[in-house]
Ligand binder design. Structure first.
Ligand SMILES: C[S@@+](CC[C@H](N)C(=O)[O-])C[C@H]1O[C@@H](n2cnc3c(N)ncnc32)[C@H](O)[C@@H]1O
Length: 400
């Protein structure tokens, strides 16, 4: 069975692995190992959750049924005890040309797989076997951790030159390439594979591939404005954590570009109702299409135009990052948001909140803290995660 490496948010890799095991039978997919470290050293390390699987599932099905995965790589090798940059050379050399060629075959199979619409147009334009000329490749490194005696550039160069030694007929190219080899290095381990993500959807400047999903978000970046929503895979994980049931009403009170609602609608269709809103007028103009499909509107989450007890589940990504003004204002907003959501919450209502900088305030404001002004939400579970290199929390709450 071909082996793959799945990349996801750090802190949720074990959960994502369990979702893969739920989605595919053990005859078709086996989880071989999970790396899920989140600590101060993973700060800055995007995508530090890694899952090694072996599977016979075709890549199109794999992608479609694992929207919570940021990227799939065809596995080349995993180094467990890195000591110097020459370990990358040794690892690829001992892997040998036939194993690397097999991985390339899987990659090309990926391109020729019959992809369902509407994803197909997005994936066919790269990973094509070149009709003529050399195979073009690029090597990159996503590195985190302290005291490495090498830089990311050293790793990329070593990987690139080793591939050039093994395949003298290949040609390195930073812009036009069919094959992208990525090494995810964290402390003394390195996970190395060939990215299955489509080149057109890779951010050439960044090391982490962006996602090609459909709907792949409605990010808007112009000279005058930048509205970037959560990654679809992050939204998919939040939705999985919410464990939604048919007929439930779900609300994102600070929906931004509406990514959570869009992802939810994609997964559940008419089975679950999603609605959301944002106070930003510009956002409400930019997201017209999604707004119509997903019931997104202009509102202030501290005064929701919803009746008491309407919402079963809240999935919430509030504005408590570094860019949201004074701490006092942010805490006030958090308190009013929680109160208002509680008012509109059905009996047994629950909330999944993604929160970065205000976790202490959230604990102080909610049960089990006996604070006299605590809002009527109880923290059921906290998960520490690495969100694009930033340490954050996903907090599960229940209405009390
Ligand atoms: C972290 S962003 C949400 C991003 C969103 N999850 C996405 O993927 O696009 C937080 C959002 O809260 C909105 N917001 C801030 N104060 C608000 C309020 N009082 N009512 C509703 N939305 C508010 C901001 O405009 C911002 O779009």
């Amino acid at each position: 069975m071909p082996a793959y490496i799945a990349i996801c948010i750090g802190g949720l890799a074990t959960f994502a692995a369990s979702l893969l095991q739920r989605e595919f039978s053990s005859d078709d997919l086996q989880v071989l190992r999970v790396f899920d470290e989140v600590n101060d050293q993973t700060q800055g390390h995007a995508g530090c959750g890694k899952i090694e699987v072996s599977t016979t599932v075709d890549p199109a099905t794999l992608w479609l049924k694992s929207r919570f995965i940021m990227n799939w790589l065809v596995k080349l090798t995993i180094i467990d005890s890195l000591s110097s940059v020459s370990d990358f050379h040794s690892a690829l050399t001992s892997l040998g040309s036939s194993s690397i060629s097999s991985a390339v075959t899987v990659l090309r199979l990926h391109a020729s797989t019959s992809w369902p619409e509407p994803i197909r147009p997005m994936v066919t334009s790269s990973h094509q076997s070149p009709s003529s000329g050399p195979t073009l490749y690029r090597a990159s490194c996503v590195r985190s951790g302290t005291s490495h005696p090498f830089t990311s550039l050293d790793v990329s160069r070593t990987l690139g030159s080793t591939l050039g030694e093994i395949f003298p007929e290949w040609k390195a190219s930073m812009k036009e390439y069919e094959i992208r080899v990525i090494a995810y290095v964290l402390n003394s381990s390195a996970w190395i594979g060939m990215s299955l993500n489509n080149r057109d959807y890779q951010r050439n400047k960044g090391n982490l591939d962006s996602e090609f999903r459909y709907p792949h978000g409605i990010n808007v970046k112009t000279e005058t404005t930048s509205k970037i929503g959560l990654r679809p895979s992050t939204c998919a994980l939040l939705i999985e954590l919410a464990d939604l049931k048919s007929g439930e009403i779900v609300c994102d009170p600070t929906s931004g570009m509406g990514s959570i609602c869009i992802e939810g609608r994609y997964k559940f269709g008419d089975e679950v109702a999603f609605l959301g809103g944002d106070i930003d007028k510009e956002i409400n103009e930019l997201r017209m299409v999604a707004a119509v499909e997903c019931g997104l509107t202009l509102w202030d989450c501290t005064r929701l135009p919803l009746r008491d007890g309407l919402i079963d589940v809240w999935i919430c990504d509030p504005p408590f990052g570094v860019h949201c003004g004074k701490t006092k204002d942010a805490i006030t907003l958090l308190k009013h948001l929680l109160r208002e959501c509680r008012r509109c919450s059905a009996e047994g209502g629950r909330m999944i909140m993604l929160i970065a900088h205000r976790i202490k305030e959230l604990r102080r404001l909610t049960f089990p803290n006996e604070h006299v002004h605590a809002v009527r939400w109880r923290i059921v579970k906290e998960r520490k995660i690495n969100l694009g290199g930033m340490l954050a929390y996903i907090v599960e709450m229940a209405a009390v």
